[in-house]
Design a protein around this ligand. Structure first.
Ligand code: ADP
Ligand code: MG
Length: 258
């Protein structure tokens, strides 16, 4: 683990009116992290990543390392939980990905040939090149998620935050996505929320349990007992009648080894 964190949360709390979503959160994210965030529904996973993104009010302190800052803001790629993108908006795949460069470009300046090349390059690498001129409304869920991921990473952030990126997408895309993230994790820190603990533990290096309180677990394997200690009641996966006592791929489960 590298020496100093790129994001440091100290005694962070988030309240929505009468609901306390998070309290007393202390968490460090490092430059070489690949962290999976798990926890029960409503446990505060999305709230935690929004606080890290700095897009909701919180109490306490969040500090970003100097290398993560771009100007006055932290430079973090973000794929929100459900794409709130208006699918009827007549905008092409290329334009959506290009808009990920807006922050570094400024709203009022047009895009040059250099930006276009970067966009075409990333579309090529994510097998989206053939779709580049397609309107986003014509894409499948998996294709749209891939486009939104390109938009989140086109500006080469040092930290990428994904909130349940495999919701509503098929298995094939899920595997493709994990392969892509595996490669990306060599260049940037990744924090990914997922409810699919079985898969997550084969992809990430550390697990963060979120249920109003937050516990960092520096391994990709976690036991039921540890989850209980973290007060993090999540459903263990079970495929058919094969129980999974330890989170992660069960060695006898054919579904875990497809
Ligand atoms: P998770 O992503 O783990 O499912 P969330 O972070 O979305 O959990 O929500 C944590 C808690 O905060 C839940 O009780 C949820 O109902 C509440 N909450 C989330 N967003 C809002 C909001 N905008 N207004 C009021 N309550 C909210
Ligand atoms: Mg959520």
């Amino acid at each position: 683990m590298s020496s100093s964190p790129i994001v440091q949360l100290r005694d962070v709390g988030v309240r929505y009116d009468s609901v306390t979503a998070l309290e007393h959160v202390n968490l460090d994210i490092y430059a070489n992290d690949f962290v999976g965030i798990i926890g029960p529904n409503g446990g505060g996973k999305s709230t935690l990543v929004k606080a890290i993104m700095g897009i909701i009010p919180y109490s306490g302190n969040i500090e970003y390392s100097r290398e993560l800052m771009r100007g006055k803001k932290p430079h973090i790629g973000y794929l929100p939980q459900i794409s709130t993108f208006d699918k009827d908006f007549p905008i092409s795949v290329r334009e959506v990905v290009m808009s990920g460069l807006q922050a570094e470009r400024g709203l009022w300046r047009g895009y040059g040939s250099n930006e276009r090349r970067r966009v075409d390059d990333i579309l090529e690498r994510t097998s989206l090149a053939d779709l580049r001129n397609r309107a986003i409304g014509e894409l499948s869920g998996g294709q749209l998620q891939r486009v939104m991921l390109c938009r989140a990473i086109i500006s080469e952030p040092r930290l990428l935050v994904l909130d349940e990126p495999t919701n509503f997408v098929d298995n094939r895309f899920e595997n493709e996505l994990y392969n892509l993230l595996h490669h990306l994790s060599e260049q940037m820190a990744i924090v990914m929320v997922s409810h699919d603990i079985g898969t997550i533990s084969s992809v990430v290096r550390s697990i963060v349990c979120v249920n109003r309180h937050v516990h960092r677990h520096d391994s990709n394997i976690i036991t039921e007992e540890q989850l209980r200690n973290y007060d993090c009641p999540i459903q263990l996966i079970s495929h058919g009648d094969i129980p999974h006592t330890i989170l992660g791929a069960h060695k006898e489960c054919p579904h875990c080894h497809k």
